[in-house]
Design a binder for this molecule. Structure first.
Ligand code: C2E
Ligand code: CA
Ligand code: CA
Ligand code: CA
Length: 277
């Protein structure tokens, strides 16, 4: 931003300029980064609240940038979505995660995030089927996570590939649930089997006493899920007390730093094996 004649509110903002330049550089570097193998995946366990066992893991992509070190997905996924690179990048993540999942003994499934841009990719269903088949992973062991906001009010065209994947046996989870204001009628038409309650709603369960409004929200979501035959996963579980409360409230699965931060695939393998003992 440049300062424009005499308007004292339009002064130069060097920090905003620096951020824009940084975004521009990252965007330009994305295609080569994929070719050069600079992306890697960390896995975060999904824990069954009922008995504390590891039921699977979510794949979370990171970028090992040659100059900047590890860059988080919040910084580059939006850029990849804007340029369309998210389609090949998302396919790469799916391929890696599915292959990785065949090596886990204890864990039963892998969750992979799907960008709304991938839903309009005509190759999505075919590529997913091929990736599963090549790896020899049953479709039931894959869960695709799509944000609620991407599906609220979605056209049938967008939902069709999801329905097909669902019929194949792939699970679909509604990610960041609670942030997109879906209603009961809207939810019924979505081919989803799981709600992932956004971290912003489990934060208030951590405090002592728990935030009564957040407790009511979790109770409401659990009731809604039961009515529709869906399971509930809670994100952002950071303490033992929070996990215990969420279990008592009827949530099925939990994910968060209390159990493990996202880490290399070997670590998940160890967690799953330790769990089996
Ligand atoms: P998300 O799908 O909601 O993933 C959960 C995020 O919460 C992850 O951030 C995870 O590291 C973080 N998290 C997990 N447990 C805790 C906790 O106890 N406390 C707190 N404060 N945070 C926790 P991450 O890895 O930075 O990913 C950010 C977002 O980037 C993801 O949010 C997802 O929307 C997106 N993303 C990551 N990988 C992919 C991918 O392969 N494809 C697409 N399209 N998006 C991805
Ligand atoms: Ca997710
Ligand atoms: Ca989420
Ligand atoms: Ca255990």
């Amino acid at each position: 931003a440049k300062s424009a004649g005499g308007n004292r509110f339009e002064f130069a903002d060097p920090e905003a300029d620096a951020r824009a330049i940084s975004r521009h550089r990252l965007t330009n570097a994305l295609p080569a980064a994929l070719d050069n193998g600079e992306f890697f995946i960390e896995y975060q366990p999904l824990v069954r609240l009922e008995d504390g066992s590891v039921g699977g893991a979510e794949a979370l992509v990171r970028w090992l940038h040659p100059q900047q070190g590890v860059v988080g997905p919040d910084r580059f996924i939006p850029l990849a979505e804007r340029t369309g690179l998210i389609v090949p990048l998302g396919r790469w993540v799916l391929e890696q995660a599915v292959r990785q999942a065949t090596e886990w003994e204890g864990a039963t499934r892998v969750n992979v995030n799907l960008s709304p841009c991938q839903l309009t990719d005509p190759g999505l269903v075919r590529d997913t089927a091929r990736i599963l088949e090549d790896a020899g992973l049953p479709p039931q062991a894959l869960c695709l996570e799509i944000t609620e906001t991407a599906l609220v009010g979605a056209e049938d065209e967008v939902l069709r590939p999801l329905r097909t994947l669902c019929e194949m046996g792939v699970d679909i989870a509604l990610d960041d649930f609670g942030t997109g204001y879906s209603n009961l009628a809207g939810l019924r038409r979505l081919p989803v089997s799981e709600l992932k309650l956004d971290r912003s709603f489990t934060r208030g369960i951590r405090t002592s006493p728990a935030d009564p409004v957040d407790v009511k929200i979790v109770e409401g979501v659990v009731r809604l899920a039961r009515t529709l035959g869906l399971s509930v996963t809670v994100e952002g579980v950071e303490t033992a007390a929070q996990a215990e409360r969420l279990r008592k409230l009827g949530c099925d699965t939990a994910q968060g730093w209390y159990y493990a931060r996202p880490g290399p695939p070997e670590r998940l393998h160890q967690l799953a094996l330790a769990d089996a003992c």
